[in-house]
Design a protein around this ligand. Structure first.
Ligand code: SAM
Ligand code: SF4
Ligand code: SF4
Length: 354
């Protein structure tokens, strides 16, 4: 493949709270082969029209704009990113961009058994597999699919082909998997992966969410502390959303306390949907369409100016605002009504990536 053009680096940008633009989540498809209750609980979904999806060249060009302005980490997500045909080709293209130091993938793992080899060969740096339960029947009731064994096979394939630093992300939900925290930690330890517990969030698409189902960071620490002894918080300078902990036996794990203790103050993340709409916050109701300006032939400098000015004006702190509402007793059960989600699939978590 011939080398692709890369624009000169320009000074990094900062938003209106001084937060840099560092991390980009690329949603490569809004389609998914699971129907997780906390993400896609409805019977039917409207999908982004296929002709609007960005090609790999378009994704490469837009990513190059972001890296010119400071992005150095890219995470491929979705929907289920492994449903996007030829994903290793996109990874190879992104590897050409020398400003990207880290290319990661978040996947439900089902197709990893078939694809782990090709992803590794293409130069993917890191993999995170979402794993909420070790019980196949629980998996079925959560996802409406009977493919738990494929997930575990996918995890094994990942390790077999040589990926290191594997992470397992678990959405912790009261009354669903709060009795499996220790088993998940033990499983992670056995295979050499780090578990990260994520608090259940009331993002668009989580139409089943209620505050009473959120298993808080404190409750997670309490449960693990009763089994293992108190976990010690690991001090590190990072804008990563997970706070990491060490158990008395040395095992480490993370907690992403996005609901009870939001980390918007250091948030350097933004998201590009598979059809080129750029969102500055997981909770944002509006994004900026970059596909049309790109397809209509705007110059690189014009596109850079668009992205720069949008980031410089950024005031988003969605999770903190939800928390403020909660403290005022005004956090309604769901963020966005189903009817509104049907009218605009971009509002769905599975369209903008987790
Ligand atoms: N399909 C892939 C997967 O599940 O790993 C990638 C996309 S998924 C939207 C990305 C992450 O968002 C997953 O780890 C998922 O568990 C998480 N997620 C989805 N809905 C959530 C919610 N309501 N609260 C917390 N995490 C959520
Ligand atoms: Fe589950 Fe990920 Fe699919 Fe959402 S996008 S339904 S979290 S597998
Ligand atoms: Fe960043 Fe928005 Fe999440 Fe806050 S809610 S951490 S601003 S994406």
């Amino acid at each position: 493949m011939s080398p692709r053009p890369q624009s000169e680096a320009t000074p990094d940008v900062a938003d209106s709270f001084g937060r840099p633009l560092k991390s980009l989540r690329l949603s490569v498809t809004d389609r998914c082969n699971l129907r997780c209750k906390y993400c896609m609980p409805e019977e039917e979904y409207g999908w982004l029209p296929r002709e609007t999806l960005l090609s790999f060249e378009e994704i490469y060009t837009l990513t190059d704009l972001f890296t010119t302005l400071g992005v150095d980490k890219v995470r491929l997500t979705g929907g289920e990113p492994l449903l996007r045909r030829d994903l290793p080709t996109l990874i190879r293209m992104l590897r050409d961009n020398r400003r990207i130091t880290d290319i990661a993938l978040t996947t439900n793992g089902i197709l990893l058994g078939d694809q782990a080899d090709a992803l590794y060969d293409a130069g993917l740096h890191r993999v995170t597999v979402s794993l909420d339960t070790l019980k196949p029947d629980r998996f079925r009731s959560l996802t409406r699919r009977d493919t738990h064994a494929h997930v575990l096979e996918g995890i094994e394939a990942c390790l077999r082909v040589g990926f290191t630093g594997l992470k397992l992300d678990t959405v912790a939900i009261k009354g669903f998997n709060d009795d499996e925290l220790v088993e998940l930690i033990e499983y992670g330890r056995r295979i050499g992966a780090e578990v990260r517990f994520i608090e259940y969030m009331d993002v668009g698409g989580a139409t089943d969410w209620s505050l009473s189902k959120v298993l808080s960071r404190d409750a997670i620490l309490d449960t693990l502390g009763r089994h293992y002894g108190p976990a010690e918080s690991i001090v590190e300078t990072s804008s990563a959303p997970a706070q990491r902990y060490r158990l008395p036996d040395g095992t480490t794990f993370g907690i992403i306390a996005s609901t009870t203790s939001p980390f918007c103050a250091t948030c350097d993340r933004s998201r590009l949907t598979a059809d080129g709409v750029w969102y500055l916050c997981l909770y944002a109701k509006e994004g900026m369409d970059l596909r049309e300006p790109l397809r209509s032939g705007l110059s690189r400098d014009e596109l850079l100016a668009l992205v720069r000015s949008r980031w410089e004006a950024r005031k988003d702190r969605g999770a903190e605002e939800r928390k403020d509402l909660e403290q005022a007793g005004l956090r309604e059960a769901r963020l966005i009504e189903i009817q509104k989600l049907r009218e605009d699939p971009h509002l769905e978590m599975h369209a903008r990536g987790g």
